[in-house]
Design a protein around this ligand. Structure first.
Ligand code: FAD
Length: 271
């Protein structure tokens, strides 16, 4: 793997698309030298000039172009969400472990996403769809708070041609015709052999725990459940220690780890 760039390189915004009330997808292209290639599951530190930088997963990789979906929760993510074509940002990376999709060759695939957690899983789904001969059945299970919070609705519909795509929301009015309930309620309708399946899970931590526990009960091996964990990250290179979780520095040893590693660490309460 090529070493990540430790200094931010200039990238220009080439497109902006609003996804939901608080979330937008931006496409960046290098304004000079590009960063080394990103793998699905890895993240960049994206710097809004004069505001600060935050970790953002890649949700699309197209040559040297990087796509990020960003939800505005604070000053930096709001500044990034407000970017428009022509604006410039600084980008460091690629950082962290990827999903390791090639290691799941031959397996049925379970992609389980909660909310913005679909963003880091999107490039994995696209890679699996592009090489269907390498994998078994592809299941994409997506949960969101409300119908308006579902990311990439048109793409979800398109993926249905080649994958089992199921969506559910926590709450909805009568205009919503789909499922209501937590994302684990979709597992009964997924098509997979638990003894030869690999799961990729990203979302809020309670959702990750519930999904992984449910999958283990169904017979999926904990080593074949990969979860993406979120902690405050600053350096991206395992030096500052902000993202420590037990023995792991998640910017370096994560964000994707197996459930075998993650389970006991998530039982420890953070101070
Ligand atoms: C590896 C990794 C990948 C990530 N990928 C993405 C991504 O692809 N897209 C994306 O939108 N975000 C992603 N995040 C989360 C993102 O980095 C944070 O939302 C961001 O750091 C918040 O910074 P801020 O300065 O805008 O807000 P802060 O000032 O840090 O926070 C403002 C408020 O929001 C709360 N908050 C902070 N983070 C979150 C959160 N994630 N969800 C809900 N509330 C939060 C804080 O507790 C605080 O109350 C990722 C995080 C990690 C660690």
């Amino acid at each position: 793997m090529t070493a990540p760039s430790a200094v931010p390189l200039p990238y220009r915004v080439v497109s902006h698309r609003d996804e939901t009330d608080d979330t937008a997808t931006i496409v960046l292209e290098p304004a000079g030298a590009p960063l080394p290639p990103f793998a699905p599951g890895q993240f960049a530190m994206v710097y809004a000039f004069g505001v600060g930088d935050v970790p953002l997963s890649v949700c699309g990789i197209d040559g040297n172009r990087l796509t990020h979906t960003v939800r505005a929760v604070g000053a930096i993510s709001s500044a990034l969400r407000a970017l428009r074509p022509g604006d410039c940002v600084g980008v460091r990376g690629p950082f962290g472990t990827g999903w390791g999709l090639p290691e799941a060759a031959g397996d049925d695939l379970l992609v389980v996403a909660g909310g913005i957690g679909l963003a880091p899983l999107r490039p994995l789904v696209l890679a699996a769809l592009a090489t269907p001969e390498r994998y078994g059945r592809l299941n994409v299970l997506v949960g969101a708070r409300e119908p308006g919070d579902l990311l990439y609705p048109a793409e979800l519909t398109g993926w249905q041609a080649d994958a089992r795509v199921l969506t559910t929301v926590d709450r909805a009015d009568e205009r919503w015709q789909g499922d209501v309930g937590v994302v684990t309620t979709l597992l009964d309708r997924a098509s997979f052999d638990p003894h030869s399946a690999t799961a990729f899970v990203c979302g809020p931590e309670p959702m990750i725990r519930a999904t992984a526990d449910d999958l283990v009960q169904r017979g999926v091996q904990p080593d074949r459940i990969r979860v993406s964990l979120e902690r405050t990250m600053h350096c991206g290179t395992g030096h500052c220690g902000h993202c420590q979780l037990g023995p792991l520095l998640l910017c370096r040893d994560g964000p994707v780890v197996t459930w075998t590693r993650a389970r006991s660490l998530l039982l420890v309460r953070e101070l």
